[in-house]
Structures are given as structure tokens and as C-alpha cells.
Design a protein around this ligand. Structure first.
Ligand SMILES: Nc1ncnc2c1ncn2[C@@H]1O[C@H](COP(=O)(O)OP(=O)(O)O)[C@@H](O)[C@H]1O
Ligand SMILES: [Mg+2]
Length: 334
């Protein structure tokens, strides 16, 4: 695999849920690219389609969800053109996912060690039990969990420990892509912080690529070098995370809104300004730009025409206010 091959390419991907009331497109025409050893953040309010996209990449879409268009390539291989057996191997060896809830992954009736050993024994043909056990203990070391917990059952461990184990299992076969879908959301702030630091440290050491998904802008901005901002199933902005918090007038109005919603920990009294209104119902998406009913800069055109993403200064922004031809770049102010 060449250094120049993206670990992940999401090309014009759309995913829909079907129901008696019709089809709901939760992910619409998304394009993303992630290079080896990079961390790409994906941020957006709850319901914006982040998990649907993550499951789609893993080809783990649930219920009625299905890929309605586009291509997903991991290490240059089309995830949707693999037979079931290849996909099963590919999932652990090349791409792995860390879910929000550790219990989605951990089996309550197996010890931590058994579950870790399972991954090795079912994916590394010919590996002895002893070797698998040794590797499992090394995984515990890697995420700084004392070896004595190897014989524990999940319910005997704290939430933070369980999530560390899930991360260790995801990394067991050294995949080049790890998708983390709100990996710390269920945990308290202190534990969140330590897990985040651990993810950073492991990533620096092992050089896997991460798609880091969160509704929490501050987490994403801290961890990722590039951030995709999602609204109502679409990426409305793609930007470098460096300097994100400084120039909010240079961003999509939704990005600016999310940034203002970050509590500023250095100023205790600063009020958090939420984005007025609610994320839209995907069944009745607003016309034009889906964000227009909440947007402080909405113009008549925003109600009528959906803005296409425009490349500007190394970023992508889908917003009429950013169209340099029509309105002058960055006309909106916070
Ligand atoms: N099981 C489901 N059945 C039908 N629609 C769903 C289901 N899960 C999610 N959706 C739709 O997909 C949208 C995106 O959901 P999701 O991907 O979970 O968002 P996020 O992870 O950003 O919170 C939801 O707003 C909802 O409309
Ligand atoms: Mg989600």
C-alpha cells in the first residue's frame, strides 16, 4: 500500500432508511478522504447522520438502512464488493470500529481475556492459545489496564476500563483505519479526558488512521487535524482544525454556531450560546440549504437553492454566503 493511497475514501455516498412512510436519506452525497496516520474528525448534532455513515463504512448498516449511492474504499478496496468471508477478515485486519457503548462489543458472559483471545484465534490461523493469551495481556498493557483484570467479566470493570478494552480489541490486529463513534460520550469528563489522551498516544505510536466522530466540537477539534462538519446528512464544511476557534466568521454559519456552543473553560461565567432551533426532521427537510431556518445569515436564495460545496483556501464550504463570485468571500460576521 502506497503512502499516497488514502486509507479511506468516501465517494458521493448516500444512505437511506426505508419505512412504511417512505425513504429517509440520513446520509447524502458525502465525500471524505483520510490519509494514513491522520485523524479526521466528523462533528454534528445528534441525528445528523454520523453513526449511519460510520456503520455504512464498516458495512454494518442496521435494519432498513442501505447504501443508495456512491462508493466506499478502504485501503483502495471497495467495501461493498467483497464477499462475506473477505469482509469478515477485512473488518478486523484493515478496519475496526469503536462504538459509544462498550457493551455493544463486549460479551457479558466472557472474561476480558477470553474475548481478546477470541479475536486472535479467529483471525490468526495457526496462532497457539498461549500466544493469543500473551498477545491479549500485551493489549491490556497497551491501554494501561493491570493484567490482573484479564480474568474479570465486563460488569466487574468501570465504564472507562471497558471502553479502554474495546479500544484495545479494535487495535488488536493493527488495522490501518479505526472508526471511533462517540467513544467517550458515555463517560464522565475526567475519564473522557484520560481516554482521549490515550487515543492520541496510541495513534502517535501505532500510526493508524482515525475517523473520530463526536457531537462535541471541542473533542474533535482537539484530536483531529481535519474536521468535517455534518448537518442533516451532508458535509457543510471541511476544514483544518488548527485555528478553528479563532476565526469563527471565516466558517460556515453552522460551524460558527457549534463553536460558540463550546463552553470556554477559561472563563467561568461565559454563557454558552446554543444554536437556536432544532436539527431538522429528515422526513421534511427544509428546502434549499437545510440550515436556513436556523441561520442568522439566511438570504432568499438559501430557501430555494441548495449550496454546493466550494473549495476555498484549502477548505470546502457549502454556503451561499461564501460564494466569492456573488457575495464576496466571508461576508458574514458573528
Ligand atoms: N433505525 C433507524 N430507522 C430509521 N431511521 C433512522 C434509524 N436510525 C437513524 N435514523 C435516521 O437517521 C438519522 C441520522 O441518525 P444517526 O446516523 O444515528 O445520527 P447521529 O449519529 O449523527 O446522531 C436520524 O435523524 C434518523 O432520521
Ligand atoms: Mg451517533
Amino acid at each position: 500500500m502506497s503512502e499516497n493511497t488514502p486509507v479511506l475514501e468516501v465517494k458521493d455516498v448516500s444512505i437511506a432508511y426505508e419505512s412504511a412512510r417512505g425513504s429517509v436519506q440520513a446520509v447524502s452525497h458525502i465525500n471524505l478522504s483520510l490519509m494514513p496516520d491522520h485523524i479526521l474528525g466528523l462533528v454534528g448534532e445528534s441525528g445528523s447522520g454520523k453513526s449511519t455513515l460510520a456503520n455504512g463504512i464498516m458495512r454494518l448498516l442496521k435494519g432498513s438502512a442501505h447504501l443508495v449511492g456512491g462508493e466506499i474504499l478502504v485501503n483502495g478496496q471497495n467495501v461493498y464488493q467483497m464477499d462475506a468471508r473477505t469482509l469478515r477478515q477485512f473488518r478486523w485486519n484493515s478496519m475496526a470500529m469503536v462504538f459509544q457503548s462498550a457493551m455493544t462489543v463486549l460479551n457479558p458472559v466472557m472474561t476480558v481475556e477470553q474475548q481478546m483471545m477470541d479475536v486472535f484465534l479467529s483471525h490468526r490461523k495457526g496462532m497457539s492459545k498461549q500466544e493469543a493469551r500473551n498477545r491479549s495481556l500485551e493489549l491490556l498493557d497497551m491501554v494501561r489496564i493491570a493484567r490482573k483484570h484479564a480474568k474479570s467479566y465486563p460488569h466487574e470493570l468501570s465504564g472507562g476500563m471497558k471502553q479502554r478494552i474495546v479500544i484495545a480489541i479494535a487495535l488488536a490486529l493493527e488495522p490501518s483505519l479505526v472508526i471511533m463513534d462517540e467513544p467517550t460520550t458515555a463517560l464522565d469528563v475526567v475519564v473522557q479526558r484520560s481516554i482521549l489522551d490515550q487515543i492520541k498516544e496510541l495513534q502517535r505510536e501505532k500510526h493508524f488512521a482515525v475517523l473520530f466522530i463526536s457531537h462535541d466540537f471541542s473533542l474533535v477539534a482537539e484530536l483531529a487535524s481535519q474536521v468535517a462538519i455534518m448537518y442533516a446528512g451532508r458535509v457543510v464544511e471541511m476544514t483544518e482544525s488548527q485555528g478553528l476557534s479563532k476565526h469563527d466568521m471565516h466558517h460556515h454559519p453552522y460551524t460558527s454556531g457549534l463553536m460558540r456552543a463550546i463552553p470556554r473553560l477559561t472563563h467561568e461565567d461565559v454563557e454558552i450560546e446554543g444554536i437556536p432551533g432544532h436539527p431538522p426532521n429528515l422526513v421534511e427537510l427544509p428546502s434549499g440549504c437545510a440550515y436556513h431556518p436556523r441561520c442568522p445569515l439566511a438570504q432568499p436564495i438559501c430557501r430555494e437553492v441548495r449550496p454546493e460545496p466550494i473549495a476555498t483556501g484549502g477548505r470546502l464550504i457549502a454556503c451561499h454566503a461564501f460564494d466569492p463570485e456573488k457575495r464576496g468571500a466571508f461576508v458574514h460576521v458573528s
